[in-house]
Ligand binder design. Structure first.
Ligand code: MG
Ligand code: MG
Length: 252
């Protein structure tokens, strides 16, 4: 069942989503060569708890950390380790927080120092794909209009879309109905209504769309070893269109 949220509920979701955005803003200054993934995770947990919130991923289905940190050819769900970031890497950081029983969820892919033009384009394309999807989250559209907008932007550029993982409804659970695929024909699935809250999250690969999961049970990697990027926002569908609830205060 897809929940339609009251104004009061959307405000709670917005508060949690803003804590996630502030966490990612804080981390953006820390993502540099020489820092370990565990340090980033500890900084995020400390910050989220300082906001009277709880890291939403820690303990979720047994996930051990506050952040999912996915480097280079890792797509999503990387477990923070004592690995050190190096110049030229790209790092996807996915963060969730819960306060007052309501969830926020957002992800960004960061450059570590100087990265290749190929990776820059991947990051820019994935972020733009997210915004193209968000634009379709309006009352009267269907859920697949979001994925169709993402697919028709990304694939003509030669990138591939990960299909095994999708966006989702969000609110009193981290993952709710509906599923929000990043591909598909338009006009299918759930009719979007004012008050629905979604996490939209394209995962885009330079090479093929094939992925696999490591023996750790979490880390998803590209099969061909080419890099992948991930951006995600929590949004509310308003009468006059989408409202991004996890927007950065640094760059809008
Ligand atoms: Mg996420
Ligand atoms: Mg999500």
């Amino acid at each position: 069942m897809v929940r339609v949220r009251t104004e009061r509920e959307i405000n709670y979701i917005a508060e949690s989503a803003q804590i996630v955005a502030d966490t990612l803003d804080m981390l953006s200054a820390k993502v540099k060569s020489g820092i370990s993934l565990l340090e980033l995770d500890m900084l995020a947990e400390k910050f989220i708890r300082s906001q009277d919130a709880i890291p939403a991923f820690k303990g979720y289905m047994g996930f051990p950390a506050t952040l999912c940190i996915s480097v280079d050819d890792e797509v999503v769900h990387g477990i923070p380790s004592d690995n050190i970031l190096e110049d030229g890497q790209i790092v996807g950081i996915d963060c969730g927080a819960v306060r007052n029983g309501y969830y926020g969820d957002s992800a960004r892919t960061f450059a570590v120092g100087n990265i290749s033009n190929e990776d820059k384009e991947l990051i820019e394309t994935t972020q733009e794909a997210l915004y193209r999807g968000i634009k379709k989250a309006v009352p009267g559209n269907y859920v697949s209009d979001i994925g169709h907008a993402i697919q028709s932007y990304v694939e003509p550029k030669g990138y591939a879309i990960v299909r095994e993982l999708v966006g989702h409804g969000i609110g009193t659970n981290l993952h709710e109905d509906p599923q929000v695929p990043n591909y598909g024909d338009p006009g299918m699935g759930v009719l979007l209504k004012e008050g629905m809250c979604l996490a939209i999250e394209p995962m885009i690969n330079i090479g093929s769309r094939e992925v696999y999961t490591l023996d750790d049970g979490w880390t998803v990697k590209t099969k061909d070893g080419f890099n992948s990027a991930h951006f995600e926002h929590t949004i509310a569908i308003r009468e006059d269109g989408p409202q991004v609830l996890s927007g950065s205060k640094l760059n809008g």
